[in-house]
Write a new protein. Structure first.
Length: 299
């Protein structure tokens, strides 16, 4: 049996070199008895080099490098072929040259998995609990210390500290670390993210509570720790008030970072919620978007 193309997807990913980047077309295919060369034809779009569906009996994903000369931002109808099998795909011409940096941080769960005191005291979990958490030892203070120690060993190391739930007690109990922490912030090697005192579930509280959370949070991070918070840290919040971006903008914050939302693994891809197929793409929205409050303010 020959290879059979199932789908093709335009991406904003690139391979190649900085001087000669090639946009990636992601092709899903069922393997055939022999390998089949992938050919892409479109106005200003062609395969850069050789891409094949290898022989076998499985479904595979082939990342096809494209040489693109079409206008940036344009959409080019293309035909994708492997042997006698052909399908069509619209290739959106993306902009190369962007680099993604992975920055270390850790998330903190006071009063959710344990108390704030327990998370800032030495402890060890010796046996499994009723949650999904694995066995581990350490606490928030130990993690801050680990980041600081690595930053001293590696001058290229950068990291994020996000939650006042552990930053304030750490700063209070370890005055010997204050100079080091402030120096790393001044060097641009530590970024304080948050701008709020904790991660508020703003859909469950009133406006006064939310505003006080921002005032106390940004005041501590900026005026006491000496940081420059710019991004609200909504990593593990279960809901978001539509007016929240307006409060952030008024406080001088320019963005917010989420983890929970339609794309979270406990949402659309949880079969316990009645979905026949675990497919997160059913509820996706862009990872970057402008969040505008009803009053027109944005973050």
């Amino acid at each position: 049996m020959p290879a059979r193309l199932l789908s093709a997807e335009s991406t904003d990913l690139f391979v190649g070199t900085e001087a000669q980047p090639h946009q990636v077309l992601r092709v899903t295919a069922e393997q055939g008895e022999r390998e089949a060369e992938v050919v892409v034809r479109g106005e200003g779009v062609a395969v850069a080099g050789r891409a094949v569906v290898p022989g076998g009996n499985a479904t595979v994903v082939v990342e096809v490098p494209l040489a693109v000369s079409a206008l940036l931002g344009s959409t080019v109808p293309c035909a994708v072929s492997a042997g006698d099998n052909t399908l069509t795909v619209d290739v959106t011409v993306e902009e190369p040259g962007w680099t993604m940096h992975m920055v270390s941080h850790f998330h903190y769960d006071p009063v959710w998995w344990n108390t704030q005191a327990a998370y800032t005291s030495p402890w060890e979990l010796l046996s499994g609990d009723a949650t999904t958490r694995p066995l581990w030892e350490g606490n928030a203070f130990a993690l801050v210390e680990a980041h600081l120690a690595l930053a001293e060993r590696d001058p290229d190391y950068k990291f994020v500290l996000a939650e006042i739930d552990y930053l304030k007690p750490f700063f209070d109990l370890h005055p010997e670390r204050r100079t080091q922490l402030r120096r790393l912030m001044a060097e641009g090697r530590v970024e304080l993210m948050g701008g709020t005192y904790n991660e508020p579930n703003t859909n469950l509280t009133g406006a006064e509570t939310t505003i006080r959370n921002i005032v106390y949070g940004i005041g501590y991070q900026r005026d006491i720790l000496g940081g420059v918070p710019r991004t609200a840290w909504q990593l593990d919040s279960f809901g978001h008030d539509p007016q929240f971006p307006g409060y952030l903008a008024a406080a001088g914050l320019t963005g917010s970072a989420w983890a929970r939302g339609p794309f979270h693994q406990w949402g659309p891809i949880n079969k316990n919620f009645g979905q026949a197929h675990a497919d997160a793409t059913l509820m996706q929205f862009p990872s970057e978007f402008e969040w505008i409050s009803p009053l027109g303010s944005a973050s």
